[in-house]
Write a protein that binds this ligand. Structure first.
Ligand code: HXC
Length: 288
């Protein structure tokens, strides 16, 4: 789909994306690149990085891939160094690396819990911390989050805890680093996005169909939807936005079971209004 943003809004910027070799991370990399940014992508699988870099270059984007695991501080430092060595600076950091699997909490080992916390929350902090020296001239950080911790989610106690920590990091770093260095730190909380590992791991086709039947609002988003939000936050369009996690899910997170039909509500409402109109002055409505 064609971007509504001008093609040069990120001209000359340098962006580093963790988890940039595939899925949402790759799509954001491609759109930042198409809008003028030099791109570095980080990931654990070199063959995935290699094919992503080729794809980016075929779009005319100057891109490199650097192997690394966000759980390792030395990898974070090395990847950031390689990015700055290649492009001379760093302006935009997108933390898109994440880990997930569905598991009832009673079957999740503490190490399984820790693994996801390490990737999503500690990894995000490590990347931000290592990148800080390069971002002090008005840099931008975007943390990819989720909505599942706004209430509670089945079989994702580990990811819920991790993403809650990510959102908290987003706010705290926006406060401290925004105040001290003019860095903007924001997040994006995607809904279910088609053709992603997340959806493949978390939702079956049957669940999707059932939810679509229950709500006209329930639909899969596209990776492009998330990339557009990232462009907004990374560019001057989002210049006055800091510490915010933007939900991009078509309104699914608002989902709440309907407890009364519209007809029942109209009836009840009319009865209550009539009762309160007819009530003697000074008598509490609760006594009627
Ligand atoms: C129970 C599991 C498990 C599973 C792993 N573990 N998979 N427990 N059910 N399905 C446990 C292991 O038993 C082990 O604990 C611990 O987790 C570490 O497992 P490893 O396989 O050694 O970890 P590792 O090789 O580092 O792989 C990390 C991973 C893996 C998270 C488990 O799935 C991964 O690399 N994922 C990255 C890609 C990914 O998941 N993308 C989806 C992101 S979607 P023990 O105790 O046995 O040692 C997303 C959307 C979020 O993030 C928003 C949702 C709405």
């Amino acid at each position: 789909m064609e971007s509504p943003f001008k093609g040069d809004i990120l001209k000359g910027k340098v962006s580093l994306l963790t988890g940039g070799g595939s899925g949402i991370g790759y799509e954001i990399a491609a759109e930042l690149g198409k809008h003028g940014s030099f791109i570095a992508i980080m990931g654990r699988r070199i063959h995935v990085l290699d094919s992503a870099v080729s794809a980016l270059q075929s779009l005319g984007i100057q891109a490199i891939g650097v192997e690394g695991d966000v759980r390792k501080k030395e990898d974070a430092a090395r990847v950031i160094d390689a990015t700055v060595k290649q492009f001379g600076k760093l302006d935009i950091l997108v933390n898109a690396a994440a880990g997930n699997f569905l598991v009832p909490s009673e079957d999740l080992s503490p190490n399984g819990f820790r693994t996801v916390i390490d990737i999503d929350a500690v990894g995000t902090f490590t990347m931000c911390h290592e990148a800080l020296p390069y971002l002090k001239n008005g840099g931008v950080i975007i943390n990819i989050s989720a909505t599942l911790h706004y209430t509670a989610s089945w079989y994702q106690v580990h990811v819920s805890a991790a993403k809650a920590a990510v959102d908290s990091l987003t706010r705290s770093l926006a406060l401290e680093w925004g105040t001290d260095y003019g860095i903007r730190v924001n997040g994006i909380a995607p809904g279910p996005i088609e053709d992603t590992t997340g959806v493949a791991k978390l939702i079956t086709k049957e669940v999707t169909l059932k939810r679509q039947k229950d709500s006209a609002q329930y639909r899969m988003g596209k990776k492009w939807d998330i990339a557009m939000a990232a462009l907004y936050l990374a560019s001057d369009a989002g210049n006055y936005v800091n510490g915010m996690t933007m939900v991009v899910d078509g309104g699914i997170w608002l989902n709440s079971p309907r407890h009364m039909s519209k007809e029942e509500v109209k009836q009840l409402s009319k009865t209550v209004e009539k009762r309160s109109r007819d009530a003697p002055v000074g008598v509490p409505k609760s006594n009627l």
